[in-house]
Design a protein around this ligand. Structure first.
Ligand SMILES: *Cc1c(COP(=O)(O)O)cnc(C)c1O
Length: 260
């Protein structure tokens, strides 16, 4: 039986084999982490991070069931989007913006993103609010936080008790922006082989989310975006609900424990 207009996905996309193999390994790792943490598999979702990947690789990922795609740069997202969406039509990915967003690009990001992980300033949030209001839609966002004080990381400072008090004030302000749905927090762990440090960052981010949930119980605060190819087991064990995975899905021979 043929279906007019439908592409033969597994024959036509040269990346599917690698991605499917990698995804099976990622899936095993996720399940092992869920088991060790006593969590249910359904509590953890994957964002396939596609920065630097071609539209054909992205189509391969989509056809393997990875429907949430994460990009760092709006220019790259905008360039690849029409090519990918033509390839997978009538399917449509969920677009996640995971990198730092310059305020002057807020309009473009608001127009494309289904979830922005990386809101890291009041100024950006206000620009996104205006763009969402103009577009007549609500915009789901996460607040990126930096609990480690690493200077290289963007995100709202959340290392010291004073930082965290200030963050609560900021959240109070952001709650007044009617078109932004603040769904949770995102963090990036330091790039270090010391897993104890990484785990500590994830744990402190989860505790911060729990604290925020107590202070502002009128929202769910359901999303905790943390964990990448090299550290997502730790993130899952510490409560991640969304992991952002690039290399482990797209690179042919990456094995656990490899670092960038
Ligand atoms: C690149 C990137 C990832 C994915 O990293 P991998 O090591 O390739 O899994 C996740 N989150 C952010 C913010 C990124 O920039």
């Amino acid at each position: 039986m043929t279906n007019m207009g439908e592409k033969a996905p597994f024959a036509s996309n040269p990346f599917i084999k690698t991605i499917a193999t990698n995804l099976a390994q990622v899936e095993d790792r996720i399940q092992a982490a869920c088991r060790s943490a006593g969590r249910r598999r359904e509590e953890v979702a994957i964002v396939a991070v596609t920065k630097g990947r071609s539209p054909a690789e992205m189509a391969g990922a989509f056809r393997c069931g990875l429907q949430a795609l994460g990009e760092n740069r709006i220019e790259e997202l905008e360039a690849k989007r029409p090519i990918l969406e033509a390839d997978i039509a009538p399917g449509r990915p969920e677009w996640h913006v995971i990198g730092h967003v310059q305020s002057r690009k807020a309009e473009r990001v608001a127009a494309s993103a289904d979830l922005i992980h990386s809101v890291d300033s009041v100024r950006l949030a206000e620009r996104l609010e205006r763009a969402a209001a103009t577009g007549g839609r609500r915009l789901p966002v996460l607040l990126q936080v930096n609990v480690s004080g690493e200077a290289s990381k963007s995100g709202f400072a959340a290392q010291t008790p004073a930082d965290r008090e200030a963050l609560l004030e900021i959240i109070e302000t952001l709650r007044g922006l009617p078109h932004l749905d603040i769904e949770g927090l995102m963090t990036i762990a330091p790039l270090t082989p010391e897993s104890g440090l990484v785990r500590d960052v994830f744990r402190r981010t989860r505790m911060l989310l729990e604290h925020i949930r107590e202070i502002f119980p009128d929202r769910e605060w359901a999303v905790l975006s943390m964990g990448m190819s090299g550290d997502f087991e730790l993130a899952i064990e510490e409560g991640a609900t969304l992991i952002r995975v690039g290399r482990a899905l797209f690179e042919p021979l990456l094995r656990r424990g490899d670092t960038a």
